[in-house]
Design a protein around this ligand. Structure first.
Ligand SMILES: Cc1cc2nc3c(=O)[nH]c(=O)nc-3n(C[C@H](O)[C@H](O)[C@H](O)COP(=O)(O)O)c2cc1C
Length: 435
């Protein structure tokens, strides 16, 4: 029987834009923000440091009022970016975000199967139901969450059915007999459902991983149930270590109750880090980041995650938000605002200015500042406390932020015996230790 693999930290690098206005630094390479040269260097730095995977977040809209200070939060399309990076890397995973609300299952199944083949088994799909973007996909309002998750459940069942529509031995490639593939080992799925009618089979043979790694980032009851059923990896967001531990325990328990091995479900915590070679450097960098934040815009951005009933712009900046107003907003808010309202309630002692800046910095994730040694210690503490199996990290800027994160933090985690020295196998599933 294979030796029990020691529990190790899993790391995903979120490949996005620099933090705040750090793009204004002269060596920020901002001119290459939309080019393969910078993306490739970031990807290779993460691969050299043996990160499990790259992660490309996404949503399908742009609020022009948010581009002035730090550019579009999501721009180049994930599948295109990850396909290009597949050709410039060898081992690191490639997880891309794609919506189950604004896509068709046959198309996405093809795209992720193609990425898995072209990368030799390194593809992963962050399945989101999208909370924004409906204005770009017709004139219908965004379906309510329950309906979006019902569609998502059917969507992933169709996609998995399509990936498995070729039996593992369907591809023959026998030069002697001239048989390329055995049609008797390829089956239509004939799916007839409430949201989709898909005949199949897929026109690509079974992906190297069998199926790409399935990722989900839900927090609601529907999101958690969907993840416990279908996800290999969950991207989690927490306000504090207690919240992270509670979410971790709940998800492992849900997986167990669905007859799954809880260790087959990895929970990676979204975490923002600000690193410096010294504590003073890290604090100075954070200062530079915060000083670049336009407080008016930060309050507007915070307003997007809380109920419009709570008019933040009318409240005094340097005073806490009255708890009564927070409770009222939580009661009146719709599903898009629940997360923001609970975050505000958790941090209600902060002034509006502090909350707006913190949200601008870390959105609704945990954040750590300091030297690689100190931050690796913070991450190790969360890992050992069963608050996470790993982390979704993003570098604040290039070159130092990336260097200190990919080299510095991983070196410290290795020194603590918590991170790999080399990749365990060719596929993303090998890296994550999931079948
Ligand atoms: C680390 C992390 C990354 C996420 N990335 C995306 C993303 O790229 N696109 C997106 O639309 N939502 C993203 N989300 C939001 C989730 O998909 C989800 O909508 C949110 O957590 C609310 O969960 P719920 O759907 O259960 O309410 C992310 C969440 C987390 C924690």
């Amino acid at each position: 029987m294979a030796a029990e693999r020691p529990r190790r930290v899993h790391l995903a690098l979120s490949v996005g834009r620099p933090a705040g206005q750090l793009w204004r630094r002269k060596d920020s390479r901002v001119e290459e923000a939309f080019s393969l040269s910078l993306l490739s260097d970031v990807a290779r730095a993460a691969e050299d440091a043996k990160f499990d995977t790259l992660f490309r977040a996404d949503n399908m809209r742009l609020d022009p009022s948010r581009v002035r200070v730090s550019g579009p939060p999501h721009h180049l399309e994930p599948m295109v970016v990850l396909s290009a990076l597949a050709a410039r890397t060898e081992h690191i995973g490639l997880i891309g975000t794609a919506s189950t609300t604004f896509n068709a299952p046959y198309t996405l199944a093809r795209q992720f199967a193609s990425l898995d083949h072209l990368s030799g088994g390194r593809a992963g799909w962050n399945m989101v139901t999208s909370t924004v973007g409906e204005e770009n996909y017709g004139d219908q309002p965004l379906p309510p969450k329950a309906e979006r998750y019902a569609r998502a459940r059917e969507f992933v069942e169709v996609a998995v059915g399509l990936w498995e529509s070729w039996q593992p031995d369907a591809l023959v490639l026998d030069r002697e007999t001239g048989v390329f593939a055995d049609e008797t080992r390829i089956r239509p799925i004939r799916h007839r459902g409430e949201h989709f009618q898909v005949e199949g089979p897929l026109n690509i043979h079974r992906p190297p991983q069998g199926r790409p790694v399935l990722v989900q980032a839900g927090r609601s009851e529907e999101g958690r149930d969907f993840a416990a059923t279908h996800a290999d990896v969950i991207f989690a967001a927490a306000d504090d270590i207690g919240g992270a531990q509670a979410f971790y325990a709940d998800m492992k328990d849900r997986a167990r109750r669905k007859g799954r091995d809880p260790e087959s479900l990895k929970i990676l915590l979204g975490t923002h880090v600000v690193l410096g070679a010294t504590e003073a450097d890290a604090r100075a960098l954070e200062r530079e980041w915060v000083d670049g934040i336009d407080i008016g815009k930060a309050v507007d951005y915070l307003q997007t995650v809380v109920s419009p009933h709570l008019r933040l712009a009318e409240l005094p900046l340097d005073e806490p938000i009255p708890v009564t107003l927070l409770e009222e907003a939580e009661a009146l808010g719709d599903e898009r605002h629940q997360r923001g309202a609970s975050w505000l309630r958790t941090h209600h002692r902060g002034t509006l200015r502090q909350l707006a800046v913190r949200h601008r910095q870390n959105s609704l994730h945990l954040g750590f500042t300091g030297t690689p040694e100190k931050v690796a210690g913070d991450l190790a503490a969360l890992f050992r406390a069963r608050a996470a199996d790993g982390f979704v990290l993003s570098h604040s800027h290039v070159p130092e932020g990336l260097e200190l994160l990919t080299r510095g933090v991983t070196e410290e985690l290795r020194r603590a015996g918590l991170f790999r020295h080399d990749y365990e196998g060719p596929t993303l599933r090998h890296h994550l230790g999931i079948a």
